[in-house]
Ligand binder design. Sequence first.
Ligand SMILES: O=P(O)(O)OC[C@H]1O[C@@](CO)(OP(=O)(O)O)[C@@H](O)[C@@H]1O
Length: 765
Amino acid sequence: MGSGSSKNLDTSSHGSGEEKDDHGGGQLYVSLKMENHKLKGDLVPHVYGSVPLVGSWDTSKALPMERESTSMWELSFVVPPNHETLDFKFLLKPKYNNVPCIEEEGSNRQFMGGKLQGVARLAVFKFNADDILEYQVLIKADRVSPFDLAASWRAYQENLEPSTVRGIPDVSINSLPDGVDKGSSTSLDLDLEQYLVPAPATPVVYAANLTETPRSLKHGGAFSKGDVSTKDTCVSVDPPATIKEVEFVVPDPPKLFHPPGMVESKSAGTFIPQQKQDIFRAIFVDRGVGSPRLVKSASADTLTGSGKPGAKRSMPAAAGAVAAAAVADQMLGPKEDMHLAIVLVGLPARGKTFTAAKLTRYLRWLGHDTKHFNIGKYRRLKHGTNQVEVNHIYGLDFRIYCLNAYYLRQSADFFRGDNPEGMEARNEVAALAMDDMTTWMQEGGQVGIFDATNSTSERRNMLIKMAEGKCKIIFLETICNDRQIIERNIRLKIQQSPDYADEPDFEAGYQDFKRRLDNYEKIYEPVNEGSYIKMIDMVSGHGGQIQVNNISGYLPGRIVFFLVNTHLTPRPILLTRHGESLYNVRARIGGDTPLSGNGELYAKKLTNFVEKRLKNERAASIWTSTLQRTILTANQIVGFPKIQWRALDEINAGVFDGMTYEEVKKNMPDEYESRKRDKLRYRYPRGESYLDVIQRLEPVIIELERQRAPVVVVSHQAVLRALYAYFADRPLHEIPHIEMPLHTIIEIQMGVTGVQEKRYKLMDS
Ligand SMILES: O=P(O)(O)OC[C@H]1O[C@@](CO)(OP(=O)(O)O)[C@@H](O)[C@@H]1O
């Protein structure tokens, strides 16, 4: 502890100068700064000393310094110019704890007559004989006018006052102070790896393996059992279906709704008893592009609002634009328009399968029942074992081995335009897949993505004929003229495609694939027929163009918009919930409270993390919601633009905002049960459902797809569940139950090989 004494100086009293000679009304603005890039655990620089403001030599009352930048800590106060002597020292200790507490070496520092006495020396902290940390010390005392002082005091107050967070402009940037180089933070004592925790299994899987398995294989038809093994690494199970129930709600006759024990809700407004409940079952329609099953009237006994125990409440299967479009298409559109086939066209290694997988993920996330049919997978399952060439080379033993390994590879000759057997075999599997797709549509499926080269008009005509009266076809042609990208795709193909899984020699595989490519190029005919979207050199996300022909309707329009905005430039997306809020501590729903002590600590840790993780990035942006718990969590991150998005606000809990789950259960057991039964579709009275949240997040997804620089999203539990589900390709019904812990960062890597995930847990919740 520091020693020595001085006359008492109460620097907290800004008005104290009035009783004394203030030298023309000015005051001394004193700023103490310490600088070092290194941090020791959660030790924060503090000041303690001889006056009450700085703890009267009591370390537990020492004043924490504020972090001004990566490496600079600051504490400022105001004293009258004729102030009395202040003795003080610097300390290192945790902000909310008194141990460990390391006092700086040497004698007390003394501030007298507006000046630091003696030489300004480094602050040296000794942890043990070999472990010493030195801080550069800067002390400044400036005379300021009472007006300046008042202004800066107000600014200081405003910054502290949580409710004025809303005063922060929608887009802001706290820049680094002069002289602080962003690159200099490399010495930050923060090893990201130590925070890594296991992420839910997200193996890198070749996208085609996750596509549909032929029906005939499932039902034991054209794909004889002897042809393949069902090794699960190769044959995928069907992805969980999107919502199939087909209900819809329309504006309703009023219903009285008397929630007992209702409390005033801050964000949803005061609850008015006898408000009408916006729930009434009307007609059944499908979502998305529609369904052959048209209007069906509701049965009265499923109407709700009765308040009777066990009474079911009708919940919409779709929300917002998806529902509106479904109604329009259902009522006005031609029958075949209710089902949409996106037929890919393009040479091999142009990113067709990747684009198809991405589009499937997006449409499923929006709630459209979508399936991806990869004809390569059909081909491997149907014709894989028949390749004489492979047997000639490797002999019978190898053939048996390959049977167990699920398929054999066709050589480049199989893909020659002048190989009638090859052509017939390929057309046969294409027809089988098309058949499967249209059958599935007749059962209610909405969007089929038909993923093959479909490189001649003859093939495309065959598909058009098969689709007649069953679905509408839009061709999606991917054209790439960038040799480097094609080269990269070829290499990825040799590494990832099951076609080359049993080819130990990379170069042999590479040469074979090049020959396959040549064969396709010889016969390739660009699309010029029907409805089409041509993506030309769009992969990198800059330049390129999209050409569309004969495209109309809600869903085709959304698809074009999505494709215009996606690209493959690798970049990380960091998702995190805000630091713990005061409502989180009290287990209250929603609200707009500031952070708890734990939450503030997380805000600091997150700041360090982001600084370290993005230190080599030329650009990045920080997105928050408009609620103060996210804004405060991101507040200390400097150097990157911050953007507030209303769309990132937490699910609106309507009249339950501010209650605990226990209170809801006690006062509104029916509501509680309804939500428990179907959390995805349950809409809080005067609030939102998860489906509503997904709808409002669509522009956020599009923007995340479009961004080429890293983005840090600081948002809320429900919102992050929905965003995460998009990247992790999790089915809709799972979304409300996805684990989304506090104080954890989920890093999503988007790139050519798909989506990968890492998780960092910075502290316990
Ligand atoms: O849908 P559930 O599981 O209730 O989760 C959403 C809830 O999470 C909470 C916390 O319980 O979010 P938040 O992290 O933004 O505070 C609630 O405010 C919100 O209503």
